[in-house]
Design a binder for this molecule. Structure first.
Ligand SMILES: [Zn+2]
Length: 381
């Protein structure tokens, strides 16, 4: 039987989830929350936070050293190596630091409200050129509250460029989307930055903020200016303009590709469920999070461990969606617990053995969505 502390912990973990989900203690949600609360005692959570903080310092140093390498490179090989390292570190900041912080998970927080410390670390989003405030709405509100729901989840909305869900309208060019989407993923970072700026003139599809329009505009403009001034201005002191322009574009494309592939392979895959625009998912909130997400790195081999370290919990997407306020360094601990509760309630939990297998599943899914006979358009309006 659980003690009073465990019960309080269970209630706190329910509030760890974000979005407008109901607070339920019974059934699947209650069993899940109690089981995870038992696994994550305070000492275990503190250790997970410590691991995350050490990791963040390593990644921050990696990012700064890579950028210094780009600025100081004196030859092609050095420059290429530094740019490749910067691309990987750039994405790592997004995966491991800003993502946890903007979910209120980087530092322990007693309530759902984003704490000041987490908000400040979440500003690392500005350091990689994106708007932390807009991310909170686009990712935390639109995506996390309604993953794979057409018309709400911005991650599955590429307009007419892609058909990710069976409820999205099919165009004839989707027949080839399993080929052309991969290079399009390279534009993920540029699309995020463009939408940040489009927000200023009310042209973004994902624009909304509780802050004043003037404050949003000032923050967006100043941080974008600072990012461009540092990322382009400093390398221009030591390299010709065209080298900086080509190098910067290559880094943006590499990071965009990484972000696009990792994010899409966690939801837009075989077996993951989708809901039509204007409808509510036919399951309770916690169950929907499980049914619409995919884990892809439960292995214990060196490659799996390395990728798990790098991917910042995005490889444990189900754990992340159920408990986004738990630091991602604790996800491997609660994964078996979640598997057991899902098995008890006969809820399908999607797990691929590796990132490569998840990417292959994403490929097969978008190819199937592009085929008219295999994926009839049920919502052609
Ligand atoms: Zn998230």
């Amino acid at each position: 039987m659980m003690g009073a502390n465990s019960s309080r912990r269970a209630v706190a973990l329910v509030s760890i989830t974000t979005g407008p989900q109901p607070v339920l203690i019974g059934g699947f949600a209650g069993a899940l929350t109690r089981a995870v609360a038992q696994r994550l005692d305070p000492a275990t959570l503190r250790a997970a936070h410590r691991r995350l903080h050490v990791k963040a310092v390593i990644i921050a140093v990696w990012y700064l050293a890579s950028f210094a390498g780009v600025v100081l490179a004196s030859g092609w090989l050095e420059g290429l190596a530094a740019a490749a390292s910067l691309s990987l570190a750039f994405a790592a900041v997004g995966f491991n630091i800003q993502h946890d912080a903007n979910h209120n998970a980087f530092f322990a927080a007693s309530t759902k409200r984003l704490s000041r410390a987490n908000r400040i670390v979440g500003w690392s989003m500005f350091v990689v050129g994106a708007d932390a405030n807009r991310w909170l709405y686009r990712h935390n509100t639109l995506h996390h509250s309604s993953p794979n729901v057409v018309g709400i989840d911005s991650d599955i909305n590429l307009g007419p460029l892609a058909r990710f869900a069976p409820f999205q309208r099919r165009y004839f060019w989707h027949r080839y989307q399993h080929i052309y989407l991969w290079p399009l993923y390279c534009f993920t970072v540029l699309e995020i930055m463009f939408n940040d700026l489009a927000t200023l003139v009310g042209a973004s599809r994902h624009a909304r903020s509780s802050r004043s329009r003037l404050t949003d505009a000032s923050v967006a403009l100043l941080t974008k200016f600072g990012f461009v001034a540092v990322m382009f201005g400093l390398p221009l002191l030591t390299h010709p303009f065209w080298v900086v322009a080509v190098g910067a574009l290559a880094v943006m494309f590499a990071v965009g590709f990484l972000l696009g592939v990792v994010f899409q392979s966690a939801h837009v895959v075989e077996g993951a469920e989708f809901a039509a625009a204007g409808s509510r998912p036919p399951y309770q909130w916690h169950e929907w999070q499980v049914r619409s997400s995919l884990d892809f790195s439960h292995g214990s081999g060196p490659l799996s461990r390395l990728f798990r370290w790098y991917a910042g919990g995005l490889d444990h997407q189900t754990e992340h969606h159920l408990f986004p306020r738990v630091p991602h360094t604790a996800y491997p601990l609660i994964a078996p617990v979640i598997s057991a509760v899902c098995a008890d309630y006969d809820i399908p939990r999607h797990v691929q053995p590796s990132f490569r297998a998840a990417v292959a599943s994403h490929y097969r899914h978008i190819r199937a969505m592009g085929r008219p006979l295999l994926a009839p358009d049920t919502n052609p309006s």
